[in-house]
Design a protein around this ligand. Structure first.
Ligand code: ADP
Ligand code: GLC
Length: 474
């Protein structure tokens, strides 16, 4: 059993990351290796990656990839087997994967169509000595890859699309159909057409052999108008080939026993020291629970609810550290909280991996009040570090945290605090419960121990992907 998978995506840890997509794409190859499935990741050679890849052998090329040459070089970084698509006219640019100093790249549709095109060709034709059985595409950026297989021949390869976030759909106007090498006969609502134009995510949803998303609850939510963002009907129509497979986290990277100071479920003194250090570094004095937020600051994440609930939480003895960046209005809102509550609330705007580890190690609770959350990773870091997750009951948050309801408390299985609906009233009650539970040391210790005993690694999910690949290739 086992086989080969070509994974195609726009982000991959440790090379390029704007969100959890990168963590998942980077973690899957080694998680799958144990199941007998060999995965290689095809990624654009963005400017920062070109130096890494210098000297790697060229394994594929095309003279005219939408206006310039494209070549694929093969190598490995941090145990991730990589295929980098080097096409300087598309990817050798200043800035992040999607935007430069003046905003989003205007040719993103073509940039990621090219990535998808090359993925489909490699899947169909194979490289010398390496032919995949499965093409696994992630999100809209890779969405045209399954469509190219469907419309230009699949060479016996099965395709899977994983939806990490339905909010990003890769829409282009109808006149792009030919430019993107898609067939005119497929331009109708049952296939490619989407609100008068094209969506590369919809293209994948209608052409892939299988659709997965990153939690069972999100798989069900995606078929409803409240969460499907226009694509609910398309997904519901393909219900029999839709499944949710929960993400895992890298338990070597996120390991309390490897933090400084180290701690574990059986020896929590290190966590107390980490907390004291954190408070000192941020100039905080917090008698009650110390909460953190480590997140993109966007609407999705419910950050706008913080100003409504944090004042009461602080009055009750709580404290908060926010690490994140994003929407300028939300950045201002959290900065304003820090200004109002010096010594209790601190904010660091920006992206800081090392600080995020210290925050999870030292804090008592992590807040994830998302309006929707396909999976979410930070609540799982929280579980692993005994930093109790306070989460809204949506998507993967609902699948990973057992809320401290009277029933869960009475049988001793709670691992965090959950609330619903996603509004300031319910979130405020959850924060009041956090204060209350923190005042009961025995119960608090029990919740922590439960949280830290939860399996959050990749073992079972890697098995679920392997089972899916087996079924598709049987
Ligand atoms: P999303 O992909 O929607 O942003 P996830 O929870 O799946 O949400 O993944 C977010 C990832 O990015 C996590 O690994 C989280 O720790 C990390 N992260 C987000 N913001 C920051 C930040 N400001 N500094 C460090 N890490 C961050
Ligand atoms: C997306 C989602 C997040 C998920 C991540 C990885 O960015 O917003 O919930 O954890 O993808 O699948």
């Amino acid at each position: 059993m086992g086989g080969r998978v070509l994974s195609v995506a726009s982000e991959c840890v440790p090379l390029v990351k704007t969100g959890g997509l990168a963590d998942v794409v980077g973690a899957l190859p080694s998680a799958l290796a144990r199941t007998g499935w060999e995965m290689r990741v095809l990624l654009p050679a963005y400017r920062a990656l070109r130096a890494q890849a210098s000297g790697w052998p060229v394994v594929w090329q095309e003279a005219d990839l939408w206006g310039g040459p494209g070549r694929v070089v093969a190598g490995e970084v941090a145990g991730v087997p990589l295929l980098l698509l080097d096409a300087p006219h598309l990817y050798d640019r200043e800035g992040g994967p999607y935007s430069g100093p003046t905003g989003e790249h205007p040719d993103n549709a073509v940039r990621f169509a090219a990535l998808s095109w090359v993925a489909a060709r490699i899947a169909r034709e194979g490289l010398e000595g390496w032919k995949p059985d499965i093409l696994h595409a992630h999100d809209w950026q890779a969405g045209l890859a399954p469509a190219y297989l469907a419309y230009h021949g699949n060479g016996g390869v099965k395709s899977v699309i994983t939806v990490h976030n339905i909010a990003f759909q890769g829409w282009s106007p109808a006149h792009m159909l030919g430019v993107l090498r898609l067939p005119g006969h497929a331009f109708h609502p049952e296939a490619l057409e989407y609100y008068g134009g094209l969506s590369s995510l919809k293209a994948a949803l209608v052409t892939s052999d299988w659709i997965t998303t990153v939690s069972p609850t999100y798989a069900a939510e995606l078929m409803r108008p409240e969460f499907g963002m226009g694509l609910q009907g398309v997904i519901a129509a393909r219900g029999p080939v839709v499944s949710g497979i929960l993400n895992g986290v890298d338990t070597d990277l996120w390991n309390p026993e490897a933090e400084d100071p180290p701690f574990s479920r059986k020896a929590m003194a290190g966590k107390a020291r980490a907390r004291a250090r954190l408070c000192e570094d941020f100039g905080l004095e917090v008698p009650g629970p110390l909460a953190i937020v480590v997140s993109r600051l966007t609407d999705q994440k419910g950050i706008d609810l913080l100003p409504a609930v944090i004042p009461d939480f602080v009055l009750g003895g709580g404290g908060l550290i926010v690490l994140g960046s994003g929407d300028p209005g939300l950045e201002a809102a959290v900065r304003n909280l820090a200004a109002r509550f010096p010594g209790r609330v601190a904010v660091q705007i920006g992206y800081d991996e090392a600080l995020s580890h210290r925050l999870f190690a030292g804090a008592d609770a992590v807040l994830v009040p998302s309006r929707f959350e396909p999976c979410g990773l930070t609540q799982m870091y929280g579980l692993r570090y005994g930093t109790l997750p306070v989460v809204s009951l949506v998507g993967g948050l609902a699948d990973t945290v057992i809320g401290a309801s009277p029933a869960a408390l009475s049988v001793g299985v709670a691992t965090g605090i959950t609330f619903h609906p996603v509004d300031a009233l319910a979130f405020g009650r959850a924060m009041a419960q956090l204060l209350d539970l923190h005042r009961q040391p025995k119960l608090w210790a029990k919740l922590r121990a439960n949280a830290m005993a939860q399996p959050v690694g990749w073992e079972s999910s890697a098995g679920a992907y392997a089972d899916l690949y087996e079924r598709l290739t049987a």
